[in-house]
Each structure stands twice: as C-alpha cells, then as structure tokens.
Design a binder for this molecule. Sequence first.
Ligand SMILES: NC(=O)c1ccc[n+]([C@@H]2O[C@H](COP(=O)([O-])OP(=O)(O)OC[C@H]3O[C@@H](n4cnc5c(N)ncnc54)[C@H](O)[C@@H]3O)[C@@H](O)[C@H]2O)c1
Length: 351
Amino acid sequence: MMIPTPSALAYVPFVSVANMMRLVHSLGPEHFLSELAAYIEEDFRRWPDFDKTPRIASHSRDGVIELMPTADAESYGFKYVNGHPKNTRTGHQTVTAFGVLSSVATGYPLLLSEMTLLTALRTAATSALVGRYLAPEGARVMALIGNGAQCEFQALAFRALCGIGTLRLYDIDPGATAKAARNLRAQGFDVTECRDAIQAVEGAQIITTCTADKQYATILTDNMVGAGVHINAIGGDCPGKTELHRDILLRADIFVEYPEQTRIEGEIQQLDPDHPVTELWQVMRGTVEGRRNARQITLFDSVGFATEDFSALRYVADQVRGTDFHEPLDLMADPDDPRDLFGMLMRARDA
Ligand SMILES: NC(=O)c1ccc[n+]([C@@H]2O[C@H](COP(=O)([O-])OP(=O)(O)OC[C@H]3O[C@@H](n4cnc5c(N)ncnc54)[C@H](O)[C@@H]3O)[C@@H](O)[C@H]2O)c1
C-alpha cells in the first residue's frame, strides 16, 4: 500500500525532547529562562484576556494526571501533565508533560511540543520572575529543599533573574543532593550540602521547597522562617499534598497565580476559603504592591497555572519558526475535499 504524501495542512510542527535540548543549548539555558520569564510576565499582565479555569485533575492512589487549558482571542493551549511521587523508584520521572498550541480561528494545532523539560523551565522561570517582585533586596543565598528534577532549573532561573549565586541544598535522599551539588557546582554556583532542612535555611534570604510526596508534609516549620524571607513553595500542588506548616501561612503574605485553583491545590488549602491572598497578575501590572518592607515574609504558593504553559508554548513557537528545531508531524487528516474523509481512507487502500 503506497500512502499518498500528506498535504501541507496535514503537518504540525513537533518539538521533540532532542530538539528542545538543542534549542535550549543554542540560546543558553539562562538566556532561555530570562526570555521565557518575559513571555510569562507579558501574559500575566494581560490576565483578563485569558479564558481561565482550574486544571482538570484525575487523581489516583499514586498520583495525578492533569489537563491544563487556556486561550486568548488568537490561540488556545493545553498541557497534559502527571505527578507521581513514587515514579522515580522505577526509573520514571515524577512529572512528565507534553502540550499543544492551536489557532482559535481554525482549531488547527500550530505546535505540538514535549513539555517535560519545558515544564521544569517554565516553573523555574515563573518562580524567579515572582522572586524579582517579592524577594528581599540584595538576596544572594537560596535554600533548595528537594533536589530532584526541578531543583537545578530553579537555581539557574534564580541566578539569571535575581542574582542568586549561593545555594544550600537538602534532600531526604543524600544521593539526590549529591547529584544536584555536582550539577550546580559545574554551573559555577557556591554550593553547601546540608544535613537537614534547618541547616539548609540558615542565612538564606530565599527558601525554595520542591519536594514530592503525596501527603501533608512539613518541610518547613514556623521556627525555621525568619523575618524578611521569601518562600518559593512549588511542591505543594495537589489536594492533600502540601509542604509548609500552617503557622507559616498565617505569618506570611501569600501570593498566588489563580486563586480558584490554588485554594484547591496549594498550601492555602490548609486555610479558610476566604483567607486573603494577592494575585500575582495585579502585582505584575503594578496595581497592587509586592514586597512592602524588609521584615515581611512573602510566600509564593506556586501550583503552576495554564497561562504559564501557554506562554512557554508561545515562546517555543516563536523560537523554532524558520529553524530546524522542529520536525513535521503528519497529525491532521487532510482530504482533498474536506468532506471526503472516507474517500481519503479508501484511496489509501487502493494506492
Ligand atoms: N508548582 C509548579 O508549577 C510545579 C511544577 C512542576 C513540579 N512541581 C512539583 O514540584 C515537586 C518536585 O518535582 P520534581 O520533578 O523535582 O520531583 P522529583 O521526584 O524529581 O524530586 C523530588 C525530591 O524531593 C525529595 N523529598 C521528598 N520528601 C522530602 C522531604 N521531606 N524533605 C526533603 N526532600 C524530600 C525526594 O527525595 C526527591 O529527590 C513535585 O511535588 C511536583 O509536583 C510543581
């Protein structure tokens, strides 16, 4: 059977993992993170333009599979992503993802991309972007608790956007800390491997928690958080999965992406449903203050929102256009007569 060559409309540009890695290296990881953060910020600043909904989560005993859609007037994007904290024991990743950007006008996909690397990059870019608004002036030291897949991306983004050069690492698995320390020293960071979370937060102006555990964990207790610190909490992102003791939340000013989703998934699921939070898009637009003084404890209760993935897909689409960092995928059936889909199928048999 000789299948006829698909027409131009059949093809969707596909960015594989290999091409994403080539793209990141061609630009330089920190340059990529900085530019990506600018796209994310641009989209936060036009927040009312987006169709927004909490992500659609399918929970099971060991994890979650989620769909994250959003759209503006021109483009629609969605990400498929999982979160399975036990996965690393069997050689799988905790978080993997792929996503699509489509034309609202035709509904046709404009880009299909791997998003496992892109999620780590966009999560880190968002964290550091928020850090620029909330971290105390002159912050140079960051504690990184949880040294798995996200950890090094967080460090690079915080150096690129906030000037962090010194890292204090801790993970319950010393092998994970050794891995992260090796990777991060090779990137020129000043790294201290710590024996526990208490030691990790000593002298840190920013505390990033990126642990994975499907439970109400207590990575940080109240006594570990001094005045003026910025907490970047990214690992509490599902119902029943948090990282911070409730008392910290009561002392902190809490900043969120999309309250309707964060109240279900974030650290604030531990608080009353009307506990005050500040929406980051308003801070980025300059209508609400970010950090007000040097003693304030700020908390980014990060769960990851669909617009960040939309921004990331938009950025990648702009970068790969006219390059060989993508390949054509025969994804959209395109019969000569748009109403003769069946005829196309039959002609393929006869060809
Ligand atoms: N907010 C977001 O936008 C966003 C995006 C991506 C991932 N995440 C979340 O970030 C977390 C980390 O993801 P990952 O891909 O790096 O996972 P990972 O499994 O690769 O790494 C998690 C690490 O946390 C460590 N850990 C678990 N419990 C700990 C504890 N009590 N103290 C110290 N370390 C502990 C594990 O040993 C592991 O090394 C996950 O919970 C994931 O769901 C959030």
